[in-house]
Design a protein around this ligand. Structure first.
Ligand SMILES: Cc1ncc(COP(=O)(O)O)c(C=O)c1O
Length: 290
């Protein structure tokens, strides 16, 4: 949440690893301006509850849909629910332009200012539309527009988005089925996707049991030729998070999960035998570590 420019972190849900919507209200103060839900792994946050709190308390909602392109929440596209949303087209995402992203402005009242900020603080967009006879500097801004080469690359990616996301989902489901046995035997916990959340196969992670030694499991995977990684250091405990942010309540689940999570390799051209290979190696490495 943004409280007078200071981000305030609350804990996550243990199932989706998204913001725990039940903790938001108690963290709101008179300085709070916006709620910023992050749709982790392309799985939606509980947007009905979040939008209801925001409307009742007069706050904006800014969706971090960096990982959530073409995912849905109860049929609605992520990025189209809050007042604003951001997509990322960074090379690690589903749809890419190398570096890049998009700001969705769902509240029409903010469109004109967004256009000005994006165009170096000028009203050039209005000039291009023929609404004014010359353009000039109106506000703060920078050069946020993508160039033509990047736009062309991105247009081709968007044209192939159903194919790309379709294959990613096949790989995701192959992991999910392949790892059911390892979950049953207590070796891992698989991702949980609530009913009503249609995700985009952005990433496949597993949670190791609390007692396990993640570093040695990652080293074991690497030794067997599988490049798995853990994920973010929780922002509230990062140097910048500690300097600029605050926490509300204990972030117990965030801290626990950040030490248990492993991301498995997943890219569009990954083959079924490669997925099966990773599943087999993960099972062997976990068995030999316990
Ligand atoms: C949840 C989330 N938010 C924001 C970002 C930042 O995206 P970008 O690198 O395009 O600025 C990322 C990228 O890793 C992300 O995963």
């Amino acid at each position: 949440m943004l409280r007078g420019g200071v981000p305030v972190f609350v804990d996550i849900r243990a199932d989706t690893l998204n913001i725990d919507e039940r903790l938001i209200e108690a963290a709101i103060t008179s300085r709070t301006k916006a709620i910023v839900p992050v749709h982790y792994a392309g799985v939606a946050c509980e947007m009905d509850a979040i939008m209801e709190i925001a409307r009742r308390r007069g706050l904006k909602v800014v969706e971090d849909a960096a990982q959530g392109i073409m995912s849905r929440y109860k049929g609605r596209m992520l990025g189209g629910i809050g007042d604003f949303a951001a997509f990322s087209f960074h090379e690690t995402k589903n749809i890419i332009s190398g570096e890049g992203g998009a700001l969705m402005v769902n509240d029409p009242g903010f469109v004109e200012r967004a256009e000005i900020i994006r165009e170096k603080g000028t009203d050039r967009q209005r000039f291009f539309r023929g609404e004014i006879d010359k353009y000039t500097w109106q506000d703060v801004g920078s050069s946020f527009l993508p160039g033509e080469l990047i736009s062309a690359f991105l247009a081709a990616q968007i044209g192939k988005s159903e194919e790309i996301i379709g294959r990613r989902l096949e790989i995701w489901h192959r992991y999910h089925e392949g790892l059911a046995g390892l979950e049953q035997s207590g070796g891992i916990r698989r991702p949980i996707v609530p009913e009503g959340c249609q995700h985009n196969g952005h990433l496949y992670y597993v949670l190791l049991p609390p007692s396990s030694d993640r570093a040695s499991i990652l080293a074991g995977l690497k030794h067997r030729g599988v490049g798995a990684v853990f994920h973010y250091v929780p922002l509230h405990s990062s140097p910048a998070g500690r300097r600029f942010g605050r926490v509300h309540g204990a972030l117990t689940t965030t801290e626990r999960v950040s030490e248990q999570l492993i991301r498995l390799p997943l890219w569009k051209d990954m083959t079924d035998p490669q997925v099966d290979h990773v599943v087999a190696i993960l099972g062997e490495v976990i068995a030999s570590a316990s």
